[in-house]
Ligand binder design. Structure first.
Ligand code: EPZ
Length: 419
């Protein structure tokens, strides 16, 4: 097993290029299974979850391969509609093959999806959408089986703006005759990216960036090229890293308009953020001010995926910051790890109060999920001696070589074999 060894206590400076968005590339790759043609998905991040998506597509009989920054998928040869546990369990996005296979084959047989351990993470909304569109589903042991039957477009009002359920409902609606309206849809920019991809491949979908998506089903789909948007959460992670350490960064390719809740919080904390040359320049003082209470919300509210990195950024701030996690019931596990660094964090259920400290102590930390791992790296970058972060397989699932990116802006971070 490997670990990061990090010697912190120094500011960050320089430039970093933001990669393609994990949470956009993954639904787009699943959607390729609907299309009997070749799609070239450019700016795909080189991360473990994309490797898992390629493995699932290959298992289904598609040809899927990397060419530089692109992943190409030729789904003409898709010949099966089952995904085994060993592949489903690798990530949460494997559940999106439910919608893609229902549309392509009228049938799907899946195991439970994997993904970060953030709470229960049910898929009841995904199954509710399938049933509302006319499909039937049942379980046989650990397997979920779904059959299209006679599906028809209809109005779907989601109980909550679930990102994954919105994406799955979109993919299911592609194969349903008539009009499907997805109301109370999630509005994350990654969903707009999926809609733009689908439209580029011939789908008749409108309403992106709003809470109501409309699909005219059964449009003939064809292959084509698509460029994945930049990763909002990688951007937020680097912003929180420089905010926590102090210094100045240029984030090439960043789109600040897609994460205003994060840039607003960092501006309140004393960072100076300016658009520059197709990216974003961020300058941070040696010590932040508390940004006030941070409550996670569906987009455009403060994103839950940036909650852990921001908490790590404010552990040395000159005051108290409150956090309320409203999206996932178990997404404050990084708080306990940050306290091992000497942070002063008190947790009350889904709330946490962070009192800024002046000094941190290096120690060994263990990542329990993707954004927790990023937070622990940001915390360790603020402690003057050498800390170790284990469990970096979680980080590898969603960040393309985070250590190299941080080294490029002055961080002392090395990959070592875990003792
Ligand atoms: C997506 O997960 C993202 N993952 C998550 O990012 C992100 O945190 C989350 O959306 C919220 O923005 C990908 O896009 C691959 P949800 P998803 O369905 O789709 C409940 C990361 O770090 N819910 O919007 O699983 C659910 O339990 C990852 O990159 C149901 O109750 O999130 C949660 O409380 C972590 N029933 C809330 O909705 C359902 O059927 C939001 O979940 C589905 C969800």
């Amino acid at each position: 097993m490997e670990a990061y060894e990090i010697r912190g206590g120094r500011p960050l400076s320089g430039a970093v290029t933001i990669h393609g968005a994990k949470n956009s590339a993954l639904p787009i790759l699943a959607a390729c299974a609907c299309i009997s043609g070749t799609c070239r998905i450019d700016n795909c991040p080189d991360i473990a979850d994309v490797d898992t998506a390629i493995a699932i597509l290959s298992h289904l009989g598609c040809r899927a391969w990397r060419e530089g920054r692109a992943v190409l998928v030729d789904a003409a040869g898709l010949c099966r509609c089952d995904v085994p546990q060993v592949l489903m369990g690798g990530m949460r996005s494997s559940v999106l093959f439910l919608g893609a296979l229902l549309t392509r084959c009228g049938s799907a047989e899946l195991a439970a999806p994997g993904g970060c351990s953030l709470g229960c993470r049910p898929i009841d909304l995904h199954l509710w959408a399938a049933e509302a569109l006319g499909a039937s589903w049942w379980c046989e042991g650990e397997r979920l089986l779904c059959r299209a039957g006679t599906m028809a477009g209809c109005r779907l009002e989601l109980r909550c703006p679930s990102v994954g359920a919105t994406e799955n409902a979109l993919l299911m609606a592609l194969g349903c005759p008539g009009t499907t309206v997805i109301a109370n849809a999630a509005r994350e920019p990654e969903i707009a990216d999926l809609v733009r991809f689908l439209r580029a491949m011939g789908a008749r979908v409108t309403g992106e960036d709003t809470a109501e998506l409309t699909v005219e089903g059964c449009a003939p789909l064809h292959g084509g090229d698509y460029l994945v948007m930049p990763d909002r959460m990688e951007t937020a992670t680097y912003l929180c890293a420089v905010a926590g350490c102090g210094g100045e960064l240029l984030l090439r390719g960043a789109r600040p308009e897609t994460l205003e809740a994060v840039t607003d919080a960092l501006s309140r904390a004393g960072c100076r953020l300016e658009r520059e040359a197709g990216g974003l320049r961020a300058a941070a003082p040696p010590r932040l001010q508390p940004p006030g209470c941070v409550i996670t919300r569906p987009y455009p509210g403060f994103p839950t995926d940036a909650q852990a990195p921001l908490m790590a950024a404010v552990i040395r701030a000159g005051g108290t910051t409150g956090f309320v996690e409203t999206i996932f019931e178990n997404r404050l596990r990084h708080a306990e790890q940050l306290c091992r660094l000497g942070a002063d964090i008190t947790q009350y259920g889904a709330r946490a109060v962070v009192r800024g400290v002046r000094q941190l102590r290096s120690t060994e930390l263990c990542a329990t999920d993707l954004r927790c791992g990023a937070a622990l790296v940001i915390g360790a970058l603020q402690a003057e001696e050498v800390s170790r972060v284990t469990g970096i397989g979680h980080i590898r699932r969603g960040y393309e070589d985070l250590a190299a990116g941080l080294r490029g802006i002055g961080a002392d971070i090395a990959l070592t074999a875990e003792a």
